[in-house]
Ligand binder design. Sequence first.
Ligand code: SF4
Length: 213
Amino acid sequence: MSRQQVRGNPRMRRGLGSRTSDPTTMMEDPPSGDWLTLRSDQFLKWVDDAVYNIAEQTGIRDVVNRVTRPIFNWALRYSPWPLHFGIMCCALEMGAAGGPDHDSERMGVVYRSSPRQCDILIVNGPVCEKLRPKLKTLYEQMADPKWVIAMGECAIGGGPYWDSYSVVAGADTFIPVDVYIPGCPVRPEALMHGFLTLQKKIREQEPGYFLRR
Ligand code: SF4
C-alpha cells in the first residue's frame, strides 16, 4: 500500500500519526481498536488467546507437545548459541575454546552478537555494580528457553575481587545460573566440558516444546 493510500485512510492515518508523533505514548498507552501494529507483548497475548488457549481447551496442546518435544530438545541440545560477550580474562579463554585448536563449533556452539539470537549467556569475569543491570537486560532480551554459564571464580563468587565494594558477589545473585565452571582462569577444555554438562542438563529438562504453556 502506498503512502498516499495510507494518508487517505483515516483509520491508518490515526495509527501512523500516533506512532510517529509520540512514540513514548505508544509504548505507555496500550493502543485501542484502530492500530495497525502490535507491540511484541501484545502480539504474544493475541497468540496466547487465539492459539494456546484453544489448543489447551481442545487437548491438542498435549499431543503437539508430545510429538515436538524430542525434536525441539534435540535441536536445542546441539545448537547452543552463546552471546559473544566478554567481561575480563576468562573471555580470552572463551575465545580460545572457539579457535581452531579446540573448535567448539564442532559441538554446535556458534557465538552470536545479538542476545535475541542466543540461548546461552556466559558470564566470564567479575560483574561490577554498573554492569549488573546491563547484563540483566541482555539476559532478559534472550528468548526462552535460555541458560547461563558462570565461567570462572569471578562469575561464581567475585573471585579475587570478592570483597570489593563495586563487584557483585556472583552472577547467581541476579540471574539464574545453570552451570558453574570453577577456575582462574577457566581452561578452554573446562569450558568445553561446561557445554557438554549443559547439553546433558537440557536433555534432562526436556525444555523443547511447541506450545509454551
Ligand atoms: S576468574 Fe580469574 S581469570 Fe577469570 S576473569 Fe576472574 S580474575 Fe580473570
